[in-house]
Design a protein around this ligand. Structure first.
Ligand code: PLP
Ligand code: ZN
Length: 397
């Protein structure tokens, strides 16, 4: 049986209360289980979030067949990065094009079980796209707060067409999150940001699938970090599997941010145990343009406990990695996703990552989320007359 435990005061609460944070001390809550059964990974059922339902806290009341994303062996990219054994888990292949779907199938299922009439989130884009789609499928009303003018086109279009009420806040993501947390302080509106412990339970399945597909735990996971929910969720799942003896060692959890939004990296480098917020985060990787990561403390624990690391890359390095993913592997990923690959390359260059490590890079979101950026960083099409000679010349014949 699942229950909620406070990460601050260790208080224990019933999982059927619609809580967003600890009613005693306002810290984040975590889902805990009385006892988890060890799973038999040789069972041939296909990968998906709900393959792991015995390790999840709700029944699948709403699903779009999320998870089961490809884990590509990436030889060309491995060579570029300087590794022997690199895999890319392409989370952009989820139903709405990002890993957020893993969390939303569980989070919105919980909302249905609780019977709440409305769901809400603040978002740099992908959370709103996923929540709007799952809200539509579940038949509940969705409310989304976005930082005005700072959300990639594909993501806004999804939130709108799936029928969410979209509010563009003249501020950044951190402002939007602060506001939506206040809006959700009553029982009327259920908050689905990564403060929501049920949503994070769904997101741990990216680690489960990777282990299952590799037949063992990788030596390292590399995640782009915004609010730091995903890296924390994956680590939580891996700890659960370590306790069950399903894996032998914890993979090194590695977080990558960009130079313009690097509060977690600064905290890691200074040895702090919590993050000092940055006030003006700026990066072309809009999905991780976050100055005050709510799961920062947990992510720091995950990184330190597993012997991982955190580092920052420039926007230019991010774009270069995005183009390499696309041109060497056929993997279309949005900029934030590619930051993980850019960070990995830097770590190999610095000797932080051994060349024989088995590494899983998580490509968090699909290229089509941000088509404007992709066009901007690519060579322009060659325009010709509608005439054979001109076309032959253009293709070099
Ligand atoms: C949400 C998101 C992230 C950041 O994940 P966090 O859990 O907030 O750290 C990274 N990349 C993409 C594409 C995202 O949508
Ligand atoms: Zn508490």
């Amino acid at each position: 049986m699942a229950f909620l435990r406070c990460t601050g005061c260790d208080g224990v609460f019933d999982a059927d209360r619609p809580l967003h944070t600890c009613p005693e001390c306002d810290s984040l809550l975590e889902v805990r289980y009385g006892e988890l059964p060890a799973l038999d990974l040789s069972d041939p059922s296909p990968e998906s979030v709900w393959r792991y339902r015995d390790h999840l806290p709700v029944e699948p009341l709403v699903t779009l067949d999320e998870g089961g994303t490809p884990l590509y062996s990436a030889e060309g990219l491995a060579e570029w990065v300087g590794l022997e054994n690199l895999h890319v888990k392409h989370e952009g292949m989820n139903p709405t094009g990002s890993f957020k779907d893993r969390g939303m199938t569980v989070g919105v299922s919980k909302a249905l079980q609780l019977g709440v009439p409305r769901i809400a989130c603040a978002s740099t884009g992908n959370t709103s796209a996923a929540m709007a789609a799952y809200g539509a499928r579940a038949g509940v009303d969705s409310y989304v707060l976005l930082p005005a003018g700072k959300v990639a086109l594909g993501k806004v279009s999804q939130a709108l067409i799936h029928g969410a009420r979209v509010v563009a806040v003249r501020g950044n993501f951190d402002d939007a999150l602060r506001l939506v947390r206040e809006v959700c302080s009553s029982d009327e509106m259920y908050l689905l940001n990564s403060v929501n412990p049920f949503r994070l339970e769904g997101q741990k399945t990216v680690a489960f699938e990777s282990v299952s597909e590799l037949g063992k735990a990788p030596d390292r996971f590399v995640f782009p970090v915004g609010n730091a929910g995903n890296i924390s969720a994956a680590f939580k799942g891996l700890r659960e599997w370590l306790d069950l003896g399903m894996i032998e060692e914890l993979p090194r959890m590695t977080g990558v941010q960009t130079e313009g939004a690097r509060p977690l990296v600064d905290a890691y480098e200074s040895g702090a145990d919590d993050v000092t917020p940055e006030t003006d985060p700026e990066t072309l990787a809009t999905a991780i343009r976050i100055g005050n990561p709510v799961n920062g403390r947990r992510a720091l624990q995950a990184i330190r406990e597993s012997g991982g690391t955190a580092l920052a890359v420039t926007d230019d390095e991010t774009v270069e990695a995005q183009r390499k993913l696309a041109s060497l592997e056929g993997i279309g990923a949005e900029p934030a996703s590619a930051a993980s690959v850019a960070g990995l390359k830097k770590m190999v260059e610095r000797g932080v990552v051994e060349t024989d490590e088995t590494v899983v890079c998580v490509a968090t979101g699909n290229l089509l989320k941000d088509p404007e950026e992709a066009v901007e960083v690519s060579p322009a099409p060659v325009e010709t007359a509608a005439e054979l000679g001109a076309v032959k010349h253009a293709v070099g014949l």
